[in-house]
Design a binder for this molecule. Structure first.
Ligand SMILES: Nc1ncnc2c1ncn2[C@@H]1O[C@H](COP(=O)(O)OP(=O)(O)OP(=O)(O)O)[C@@H](O)[C@H]1O
Ligand SMILES: [Mg+2]
Length: 252
């Protein structure tokens, strides 16, 4: 069984950046091979990791949906081939991009074949890090129904925290099995307010760490540099993220 790590949260809170840094951490401590899964239809995990990709799993699903014939073995082989083609290989980690969500029409058959192939292929990786799309409606479409570690990423604003709380509780309602759930507050300026601390305590939320707003990350991203591999000595945010992953990803 793979160890599956997922990122979720409001738009722009740092999910993709932190998914990239979690991958860096796992690679650093030799927890490899890792599969980086970009489950955001506006895919950009590749940029953060400094990779490029050509194909997505959605393309494979579309092709399968429109292909004629009922010989399931052929479709099975086709999707397996397309899945392999979509996986970009790196040194310590590979990347697969899910792509656009379904269009109209019936995807049931295509989806069930894809799900079976994915389970076979992706479970070959002992570690998977999934970067999810922002927003509540996407949580219900989460690719993995089971996750070992689920990070909800938020900024320190009250509104940001409210959104994080909704996600925090929604995953329980949706019966996504999660072993450990943690809140990360990212892009922090100054100190957490007493009010925000009070909400976190009252809701019984496990705040695992606070990551500072860091111009090093921001500037690197603006220049199109892969932020996952920034020197941690020069970036307080990278240092803080590594501490969080050391606490949470080590023994699970
Ligand atoms: N700690 C930080 N300090 C400064 N900038 C940061 C920090 N974390 C992330 N950023 C920057 O904030 C922006 C948004 O980050 P990111 O893309 O990781 O968020 P996201 O939650 O994945 O966004 P989306 O919802 O659009 O997918 C990027 O420009 C990123 O480089
Ligand atoms: Mg993102």
């Amino acid at each position: 069984m793979s160890m599956i790590i997922g990122m979720a949260g409001k738009g722009g809170t740092g999910k993709t950046t932190l998914a990239g840094l979690a991958i860096r951490y796992l690679a650093k401590v030799g927890k490899v091979p890792i599969l980086a899964v970009d489950a955001d239809s506006n895919a950009n995990l590749a940029d953060v990791l400094g990779m490029t990709y050509e194909h997505t799993l959605s393309e494979a699903r579309e092709e399968m949906k429109s292909s004629v014939g009922n010989v399931s073995i052929t479709k099975d082989t086709l999707i397996e081939l397309r899945t392999q083609e979509a996986i970009v290989e790196g040194d310590d980690f590979d990347l697969v991009v899910m792509g656009q969500p379904e269009g109209s029409g019936c995807y049931c058959a295509a989806n069930s074949i894809l799900a079976a192939v994915l389970e076979r292929t992706l479970n070959n990786y002992p570690y998977q890090v999934i970067d999810n799309e922002a927003g509540m409606e996407h949580i219900s479409r989460l690719t993995a129904r089971y996750m070992d570690i689920f990070f909800v990423v938020s900024d320190a604003s009250r509104r940001g925290l409210t959104a994080a709380l909704r996600i925090w509780h929604l995953v329980d309602e949706l019966k996504i099995r999660i072993k450990h759930k943690y809140l990360i507050i990212n892009r922090m300026r100054g100190e957490l307010s007493e009010e925000v601390k009070g909400i976190i305590d009252k809701e019984g939320i496990d705040l695992v760490g606070v990551i500072p707003d860091d111009t090093v990350i921001y500037n690197a991203d603006q220049k199109g540099e892969p932020t996952s591999f920034l020197d941690s000595n020069s970036s307080p945010a990278v240092t803080a993220a590594m501490e969080i992953f050391e606490k949470t990803l080590v023994e699970s």
